[in-house]
Write a protein that binds this ligand. Structure first.
Ligand code: FAD
Ligand code: MLT
Ligand code: ZN
Length: 482
């Protein structure tokens, strides 16, 4: 049966017409073909409908849209690159929500190399910003698999993590100032470029990681860092899981804490990547149990980072921590190894149905977490194939599960919630989190009830009511119903 499109009320129709006038033809999309990819989330779990997509060109237009929407009671779903993993940027199925996509707001307003900052608009693509920083001989360190399409506004709204957190922190650690449009259309111009500003509440932190539930991030002042002139990279096979923690400790010390990335991949994930993803090449002859992709940054081109890495690996070989290693000899080879890391995500999708996780535990507890989670899910479902990988340097494991080979995908996915619940139990029992970097969005909203105290939930709901009293900003996301 074809669903009837939602018919807006007179008030809503009038508001939409004023929004369209304010935006002009370039700022409004409502044809089904253009809208379709924006109505499905990146995991293809959620599919929604909408009144149309507003694509404002500047902060003033965002303010006008929100002011009109606020008066008319129109619900808004903010959207960046739509690469989020928790369904946060997908509208619901009522067809009554308005998508607000920031993609046209993609100017870099300022690069202040001496202050190590750049001021950018929300719709800038993350990879482009890395390039802008590099042009100024600076590093903007946020880096993740979706960097070619995700937008900085989405990164900040979801407090993204990625592959350089061990050295530089999460997205929220990379922000000095923010510009935000509040749900009623008022603009907060908080684009301060200060390293020190101790003048009361740090309001920007409330919006960072708020997943579009409190306001629209329209611009930000981002921190820059000295551009590493050398990157020494190695893909190593480790003796066992506990070794990952020991090797991490050693790598941080031996490099003077210049360790930029420390990523865990099971050996068979490299095989899957080679099998399914064109261009991915597993460099080892053997399928080892566990591998680590690590990278050290150096301030000069004198090879010092490479020497530090080689001497670290030499002693790790002698002590039996590392059993094999590949050190790229060129930038091309380095890129191939990083491509392999990205490819394992797609490879798992191609292998069959999956249950995804994004947990964190204290770094020292990672081996215990993986062992206990493996035992728990194998007891629940013999033949299940755990696929744990990710940012082990931050204690963040994507403890994904692949369906048993002979089980129909439908049957496996029918137990998604049960499996997820059990894995989260294990993470929580080790003082962990059910969402390390992807956020809560729609998919983990109910799980939040299990890991936040009544006091925390009360504070979250009070903030939501304070900033968004009509509940118009991204309804049904992040904050569990009372
Ligand atoms: P969207 O998906 O469009 O939106 C994300 C959330 O932010 C939604 O709730 C949305 O409503 C809100 N929002 C978007 N823009 C704004 C704004 N301007 N103001 C207010 N709210 C807004 N994530 C990681 O953390 N680490 C990884 O390593 C990582 N790897 C990934 C690899 C792949 C292949 C893919 C597909 C995704 C990966 N992600 C990762 C997830 C995703 O890329 C990040 O969450 C990213 O930060 C989302 O940015 P986006 O622009 O796509 O935001
Ligand atoms: C990654 O670390 O590769 C991603 O966070 C995994 C994912 O988004 O599925
Ligand atoms: Zn990740």
């Amino acid at each position: 049966m074809t669903e009837m499109p939602y018919t807006p009320t007179d008030v809503e129709r009038d508001a939409l017409s004023r929004i369209r006038t304010c935006l002009g033809p370039k700022g409004w999309v409502d044809d089904a073909e253009t809208l379709t990819p924006w109505l499905i989330d990146s995991r293809r779990v959620y599919e929604g409908r909408c009144l149309g997509m507003a694509r404002p060109a500047n902060t003033q237009e965002v303010a006008e849209i929100l002011a009109i929407a606020y008066k008319a009671g129109l619900q808004i779903v903010p959207q960046g690159g739509n690469t989020g993993r928790v369904g946060g940027a997908t509208p619901d199925t009522t067809g009554r929500q308005l998508l607000l996509n920031l993609g046209r707001m993609n100017s870099v307003r300022d690069v202040d190399a001496a202050n190590y900052t750049m001021t950018v608009e929300a719709g800038c693509i993350l990879k482009d910003l890395q390039g802008v920083a590099e042009q100024a001989d600076r590093l903007f360190p946020l880096s993740l698999g979706a960097e070619g399409s995700c937008q900085i506004g989405g990164n900040l709204a979801s407090n993204a993590g990625g592959i350089n957190v061990v050295r530089y922190g999460n997205a929220r650690d990379l922000v000095l100032g923010l510009e935000v449009v509040l749900p009623d259309g008022r603009i907060w111009s908080g684009l301060r470029r200060l390293r020190k500003d101790n003048t009361g509440y740090d309001l920007k932190q409330i919006f960072l990681g708020s997943e579009g539930t409190l306001g629209i991030i329209t611009a930000a002042v981002l921190k820059l860092f000295p551009l590493p002139k050398e990157r020494a990279t190695a893909l190593v096979a480790i003796a066992d899981l506990d070794t990952a923690v020991t090797l991490l400790e050693r790598a941080r010390s031996a490099s003077g804490d210049a360790l930029m990335s420390f990523e865990l991949m099971p050996g068979f994930a490299l095989d899957w990547a080679e099998k399914y993803v064109e261009g991915a090449k597993q460099p080892f002859d053997t399928t080892y149990d566990w591998t680590i992709l690590m990278e050290i940054g150096g301030p000069r081109t004198d090879g010092a980072a490479r020497i530090a890495l080689e001497s670290l690996l030499e002693s790790a070989f002698e002590d039996g921590l590392v059993i094999d290693a590949v050190l790229p000899q060129s930038e091309d080879q380095r890129a191939q190894i990083w491509f392999l890391r990205e490819a394992i995500v797609e490879a798992q999708v191609r292998e069959g149905a999956q249950v995804k996780h994004d947990v964190s535990v204290p770094v020292s507890q990672v081996p215990r977490f993986i062992r206990e989670a493996n035992a728990a899910v194998e007891e629940m479902m013999p033949g299940i194939r755990p696929y744990p990988f990710g940012h082990v340097g931050d204690g963040n494991i994507h403890y994904n599960l692949s369906q048993p080979i002979d089980m129909p995908a439908r049957e496996f996915l029918g137990r998604y919630a049960e499996l997820q619940h059990r894995v989260h139990d294990v993470a929580l029992s080790l003082d962990g989190s059910i969402s390390a970097e992807h956020g809560i969005g729609r998919s983990k909203r109910d799980e939040l009830l299990r890991c936040k105290s009544a006091v925390e939930l009360d504070m979250m709901r009070s903030l939501k009511t304070l900033f968004d009293p009509k509940g118009l900003m991204n309804p049904g996301k992040t904050i569990p119903d009372a």
